[in-house]
Design a protein around this ligand. Structure first.
Ligand code: ADP
Ligand code: MG
Length: 613
């Protein structure tokens, strides 16, 4: 057999390497930002077009490069940052592999303009797919400007793999924020399609955080400092009462490098033990300084994990430092643990009562008792449906009609051989609530147990979807517009879903860089729950969009429905229970919640009989 092994040509090797280093426009931004920082820039400007797919430009005022270095910088394994393997253990720069520029130049149209202090004139180099197509002297200030156009132009599969502009922009903003947070003493700008997303002046850590996440952040921060032989900790944690529904604002930096560490995250969470409401996450911006010899960052270029020599000690120090800060700043005592959880539910019955007389939750209601102490049980009984529906005015075209329900009953007979108990004359009696969590109803052949939250979520989800896709929006006008603060990142996302939100009844009177003014909201929700719903929605969008195939509309409907639905733990009166049961079985898919969990279970008499054998 003849010899078949051959060395890959450089441009092919570079393309393969590029796959490792450059996954999406955000990876290019990260590499170019890090190079600018390594070159001691004090001002860095990022300009992107079409989420970086068309163009990414990074301009710095750093050291710049000589003509020879400019040429060399695009060679693979060409770096000025380490000379021997020894240097790996005392790294003070972000780069060291000498791979980034070579990789980027293999898969894009790159133009470099650079000048160092010593040179009279600068150097201009143009490279396409690893080939230098032009090189000349040029006039340019000290520093470096790199423009990367048409990323993946020669790898269509990669290019097609890129997500929507919205998603790619979000990745870029994430990357940009991480770098900017780690280096407050450097000024950063970010422009997208001609509009300014961030303009961050040189400042301190606290101001940088506030500049990125919005003016309101400042008052939420509690400083954390600790100095030990092993580690120097500085930074901030968010006060527990401002903990978020998502893990959004959680940042660790080790020696000015953003890292992810579930283990250290656990240390922070442990410090907050007992201070947080369920399913909420504290914000933190923590800067750790350790001896470079005590960490190993020689890992995959795009990974953000890090290996510490003494993780356990680090854990203990971090936890106690945060605990100490929370105690010292008297954060703990202001929390009100006795607060009735019902007061926190977004489904604000109190407000509903004010605007729609007669709607209230009867907390004393007992389904087994004829007179349960309601103020006006007569009125209540005559028009139970209308009373509940008033919560939904504008949302639903007509009350559920009997035929639809009968059809469902028929279906369930086919499947399970059961029928709803036909005590239609007195529907109030056929359900009761178990543990403020489940609605229990009888079937002819047994019982039906419905998860109230999932059922209501399903109902609202289908109604919202219908509203967004078909009907015209109905809105409830606010007397005073509601002004809400968001980070510019969140505002960017809000801008993208604005239209869909308007279809549900939101009216935005203005969208600014870090705030939004809302003058109308969907009839289904109350003013007090708007902020929570939008926050939840943005965090859902952020966490779910990139990875699954759901459309944005679907995600929006799911998120809003989840936030608006009655929660587990809420007392429902009989009419409300009935309403949920009826509306549920008028849904297209009553058995599953929008996130594909079971909405109800049945227990047949046969099954019961078996248990009594
Ligand atoms: P690395 O950063 O790992 O060294 P890169 O491919 O990112 O590898 O860069 C190669 C070399 O090009 C760097 O080591 C540095 O000397 C030079 N370089 C890259 N970007 C800049 C910049 N913005 N300013 C000055 N020098 C730069
Ligand atoms: Mg680099």
């Amino acid at each position: 057999m003849s010899d078949i092994i051959q060395l890959l040509p450089d441009h092919v090797a570079n393309q393969i390497a590029a796959g490792e280093v450059v996954q999406r426009p955000a990876s290019v931004i990260k590499e170019l930002l890090e190079n600018a920082i390594d070159a001691q820039a004090t001002r860095i400007q990022v300009v992107i077009k079409d989420a970086g797919k068309t163009q990414i430009q990074v301009v710095d005022n750093g050291l710049g490069m000589s003509l020879t270095d400019a040429r060399m910088s695009f060679e693979r394994h060409a770096t000025s940052k380490i000379k021997s393997a020894e240097d790996l253990f005392s790294l003070t720069t972000k780069g060291f592999r000498g791979e980034a520029l070579a990789s980027i130049a293999a898969i894009a149209h790159v133009e470099l303009k650079t000048k160092d202090k010593e040179s009279e004139v600068g150097t201009f180099i143009k490279i396409e797919g690893s080939e230098v197509t032009s090189q000349e002297a040029c006039v340019t200030p000290q520093g470096t400007s790199i423009s990367v156009k048409n990323l993946f132009y020669n790898i269509p599969a990669r290019r097609n793999f890129l997500k929507s502009d919205a998603v790619e922009t979000r990745h870029i903003i994430d990357e940009f924020q991480r770098v900017a947070l780690a280096h407050p003493q450097i000024a950063f700008d970010l422009f997208h399609n001609g509009s300014e997303l961030f303009k961050l002046p040189e400042t301190n850590f606290r101001q940088r955080i506030t500049n990125i996440f919005g003016g309101k952040t400042n008052e939420k921060l509690v400083p954390v400092t600790e100095e030990t032989e092993l580690v120097e900790i500085s930074g901030f944690v968010g006060k527990p009462e401002f903990a978020k529904k998502s893990r959004g604002e959680q940042f660790f930096f080790v020696n000015t490098r953003f890292i992810k560490s579930p283990y250290l995250n656990h240390a922070v969470t442990a410090a907050f033990d007992g201070l947080l409401k369920e399913k909420s996450y504290p914000s933190y911006f923590l800067y750790l300084k350790v001896d470079p010899r005590s960490i190993d960052i020689n890992i995959h270029p795009t990974k953000t994990e890090i290996k510490f020599d003494d993780e356990h000690a680090l854990y203990a120090i971090l936890r106690s430092a945060i605990k100490h800060s929370l105690g010292q700043f008297n954060v703990a005592p202001v929390l009100d643990f006795e607060r009735d959880a019902n007061l926190d539910t977004p489904y604000n019955y109190k407000n509903k009562e004010a605007s729609v007389p007669g709607v209230e939750v009867d907390r004393n209601f007992n389904p087994f008792q004829e007179d349960s102490g309601r103020n006006n049980p007569g009125v209540f009984k005559k028009e139970p449906a209308a009373r509940w529906e008033s919560l939904y005015s504008g949302m639903q075209d007509e009350p559920v009609n009997k035929e639809e329900i009968n059809q469902i009953e028929f279906e369930s007979e086919e499947v399970t051989g059961s029928l709803f108990d036909s005590s239609e004359a007195e529907p109030e009696k056929s359900t009761f609530q178990l543990q403020k969590k489940y609605i229990v109803s009888t079937l002819k052949s047994g019982i039906l147990v419905i998860d109230q939250h999932r059922a209501h979520t399903r109902i609202l989800y289908e109604e919202l979807l219908k509203n967004i896709t078909v009907s015209a929006a109905v809105s409830q006008q606010l007397l005073f517009p509601l002004k809400l603060q968001f980070s510019s990142h969140e505002m960017e996302m809000l801008g993208e879903i604005k239209e869909s939100l308007e279809q549900t009844g939101f009216v935005f009177s203005s969208l600014e860089r870090d705030s939004v003014e809302i003058s109308g909201i969907p009839p289904l929700i109350s003013e007090s729950e708007v902020e929570m719903l939008l926050e939840q929605l943005l965090s859902d969008l952020e966490n779910e969009v990139p990875d699954n195939g759901f459309s944005q509309t679907d995600l929006l409907a799911r998120s809003l429905a989840k936030g608006m639905a009655v929660k587990s733990g809420m007392l429902l009166n009989n009419t409300e229970q009935q309403h949920i049961v009826n509306r549920l079985f008028a849904c297209k898919e009553p058995s599953l919640s929008p996130s594909n969990r079971s909405v109800f279970v049945t227990l047949t008499v046969d099954e019961l009989d078996k248990k009594f054998m």
